[in-house]
Design a protein around this ligand. Sequence first.
Ligand code: AGP
Length: 616
Amino acid sequence: MCGIVGYIGHRQAYPVVMKGLQRLEYRGYDSAGVAVYDGESIQLFKTKGKVEDLKNKVESSMNTAGNLGIGHTRWATHGVPNDVNSHPHYSNSGDLVIIHNGIIENYDAIKKELTKRGFTFESDTDTEVLVNLIEDVQINQGLKLGKAVQVALNQTVGAYAIAVFDKKKPNEIVVARLGSPLAIGIGEGEFFIASDASPFIEYTTNALYLEDGEMAIVRLDKKIKVFSIKDDALITAPYIQELKLNLEQIEKGGYEHFMLKEIYEQPQAIRDTFRGRMRVKEGIIKMAGVDDHIDKFINAKRLVILACGTSWHAGLVAEYIIEELVRIPVEVEYASEFRYRNPVIEKGDIVIAISQSGETADTMAAMKLAKEQGAFVFGVCNVVGSSISREAHAGAYTHAGPEIGVASTKAFTTQITVLTLLGLKIAKAKGKISTSDFHMHLEELNLVPQKVEEALQSNEQAKKIAEVYKDAANFLYLGRGFNFPVALEGALKLKEISYIHAEGYPAAEMKHGPIALIDEQMPVVVIATRRGHYDKIVSNIQEIKSRKGKIIGIVTKGDVTVRDLADYVIEVPEIMDSMSPLLTTIPLQLLSYHIAVMLNKNVDQPRNLAKSVTVE
Ligand code: AGP
C-alpha cells in the first residue's frame, strides 16, 4: 500500500514525480504529497484526496522548480487520511524529508523516547516518528545521512520502503527496503525511485530492485551504493536488469477505465500465459519452474495453496482442477489465516503462493512460514521481479501484463490458466492422464482465448441487466463445482467496485441459510453451464423462482431450459467443464463494471482499497 516516487537528475523533478504518482495511485489514493528541493529550500505540499487534487492545489501555491523531488500517494495505516498525516514528512529541524510505504510497528515506544528528548510531532503517523529518529541519530552521533538511516532502521520493527533526503546535502537520496517494494531506475545522469517501475519506464529500462534488508545511497556524482541495513556490508554487484515493460501497457489505450481495458485484454493475456509453454501439436507443456523440480511435483503428497482475495478464488478453482487431474489432495488457505495458526506442513508438501502483485504481505509471510517448515514453495505471480516471485524456490509468471484497475480481472483468468497448465503437467508426469486425454485438454485450452473473445460479446447484455438491477441492495451469486469459486469472485467484484452487498455461495448450500434472503427484490446470479451439474442447478433455479427471486443465468450458448426459467440470461460458449470458469467469469466482470459505472463509482480506485496490500 502507498506509492512512493523520487527523482534526482537533470530534469525538473516535479513533473516526473507527479506523473509517477498518477501511475502508482493504484497502490493507495486517500491522500498525496510532494516535496521538491528548489536549490535553496524544500517546497512541500500535501493534501487529503487524490493525486489530481494535489496537482491542482500545488500548481497554484508552490514553486515546483528543482531537480530533486519525492512524492507519495497514501493508503492510511496510522492516522486518518488528512492533510497533516499525508506524506512527505519533515524532521523537526526541517532539514530531512521522508516518504514511506509500510508500518513501523514500534513507533509508539520510539515516539515516547523522542518526545522525552524534546522532539514534537504534528501528525499521528509512524513515518514522522521515523524521520525524527533518523535526525536524532544524525545529530547525536554526528553521522552522515546514509549511516544515520541505517542506524535508525536497526532500531525499528516493521516494514518499509523509504526515500529520504537532507536539504543540507541535496545531491543524494537515501532509500531502504524491508517488506515493501522499491525499484531504482538508472538513467544517464539521473535516478528514479519508485514502488514499481511504471513511473520511470519512459526514461529508462535499467532497473535495480532492492532486496529485503537492503538500502542504497543514490548520489548524482557517484555510482549507486547498495548495502545491508543490518550490518552495513556492501553489496558489490547489485543486479541491474533490463525491463521489458512498455508505456502502452500502462496506459488506458482508449478505454474509459483500466478495468474495462483489462477485461478486454483477457484473450491476449491468456495467449501470453500460454506463450512458450504450451505446444499443442507436439503435446508438450514446458514450464521451467516445474521441469527443474519435476521429481518434487511427481512425489508431492499434497499441494497447499496460499493466497488472498481474487487470487484465493483462483486457488479454489485450481483445487478442483488439480484434484481431478492429479488425484492428490489440494488445500486452499487464506494466507492471513494460515500464518497465524499452527499449520501442519509435512515432508512432501508443495506450497503454491498465488499473487498478482507478488507483494501481498500476508501471502508473503505465509509462504515464508511454510518455507521455514521445510516446504518447497512455488510462486504464481504476475509482477515480474516481485517479492513473492523472488522468495519462492521456483515459480511461473502469469504474464498478464500490468493490471492497474484495483479490481482484479485478467489476473484471475491468467492465474487459472497457469494453474491448469500446472495440473496438466503434473498429471502427465505422474501418468494420471492418458496421452489422448492430455492432447484433448491442450486443444480445448488452446481455444480458450477465442472463446473468451466470444464471451466478451455479452457486454451489451451485461449492460442491459446492469441497468435493471443497479439499484438492488443485495445480490446473491450461486455456482457449483468448478463454478462455485466463480460465484465468490463475481460477488467480490460487485462488492468492491459498486459497494452493493453481494454473497457468493455454492448453489446447494443456498437451502441451508441464504434462501431466507430471497424475495422479489433479490437478484440471484446463477452460473448454470451445461456440463456442470446442470440438472442440480436447474433445481436450485426452480427453488429461487418459487420464492420470487430474480434470476440472471450464466448459461451455455443455445441453452433453453434456464432461459425459460430465468429473467435474463447471458450466454458463454460451450467448453469443457474444468475450463468453464475462464468464460463464466467474463460476464460477471462486465456486469459489476457496468453497475459501478451506472452508480457513478470510481471503478479503478474503489474506496478504502488498494491494489497491492503490503500491510498485514
Ligand atoms: C481483487 O479484485 C482484489 N482487489 C483483491 O482481492 C486482491 O486479489 C488481493 O488483495 C490479493 O492480491 P494479490 O493477488 O496481488 O496478492
